[in-house]
Design a protein around this ligand. Structure first.
Ligand code: GLP
Length: 251
């Protein structure tokens, strides 16, 4: 894992957008794995701006999202379908038929998990997967304890995750209890991974990620074993990382 240190959220977002848009310009048929959450909002805004200024085209790009809440329909303002459309897809030229997210309203969730894995396989796998990280080390919605062999599956959300995400909902009660998420093995099959980390509230998990062992209790720790991971982290996120670890990882 190489860590690119940036000053703040704005610089992280610009840097991430540069990497993603360059990738798309070099490989117009790219399969992008996309994340939701607060961390990536600035990146999507920067990509939308790049599209306006430089016309980077997404007409042939295919996207697959990491996860979706169970029980929310795609028009629900807190669904990840809605998030992606309103924060990113509506600003670029990607045909919506080339954007894939798990269906949070599937009649049979087990079948939906199998279908989603097949979608990714049919697309030829993920070229570049963008990730955020939960404060407990989750990636996608793979909570601590998830098997590293997991493929797309249903998860019961940790109470800490529901509380962390409650800021987007009118009340904690309205945060869904379950989600459907790409598994850790699904994420690890991506050819390249870009993890974005910003702010003081991620400082503790960031130091655990760089200094700790590879353990299911910190799902993101498996990234240490992936051959092509770049982390863009800002000063606050790196504030608890020791000098020794900085020398090993930080560029
Ligand atoms: C959410 C999402 C993740 C996201 C993470 C961090 O629950 N399922 O994909 O990366 O938690 O969220 P944020 O960027 O808002 O801190």
């Amino acid at each position: 894992m190489k860590v690119i240190e940036v000053k703040d959220y704005e610089e992280m977002s610009q840097k991430a957008a540069e990497i993603i848009s360059s990738y798309v310009r070099i490989k117009p048929h790219a399969v992008l794995g996309l994340a939701t959450g607060e961390t990536v909002l600035g990146t999507y805004a920067a990509l939308a701006e790049d599209y306006r200024n430089n016309q980077t085209s997404y007409r042939k790009v295919r996207t697959v999202n990491l996860d979706e809440y169970i029980g929310l329909n795609p028009e629900h303002p807190n669904s990840y379908h809605y998030y992606m459309k309103h924060h990113f897809f509506q600003f670029i030229d990607i045909p919506m038929s080339q954007t894939y997210l798990p269906n949070g309203l599937a009649a049979d969730y087990q079948e939906e998990c199998t279908r989603y894995e097949e979608v990714i396989e049919t697309l030829g796998g993920i070229d570049l997967q963008v990730l955020g990280i939960g404060r407990n080390g989750h990636i996608g919605f793979n909570e601590p304890g998830t098997s590293f062999d997991s493929t797309t599956h249903i998860v019961k959300l940790a109470e800490s995750t529901r509380k962390a995400n409650a800021r987007f909902f009118p009340s904690l009660e309205q945060v869904p209890t379950h989600a459907i998420t790409m598994g850790i093995a699904t994420i690890m099959k991506s050819r390249q991974i870009l993890l974005l980390v910003s702010g003081k509230k991620k400082a503790s998990i960031m130091s655990q990620l760089l200094e700790g062992n590879v353990t299911p209790s910190i799902p993101a720790s498996i990234l240490q074993t992936h051959p092509n991971v770049a982390i863009i982290a800002d000063e606050e996120a790196l504030s608890l990382v020791s000098k020794e670890q900085r020398k090993v990882h930080v560029q």
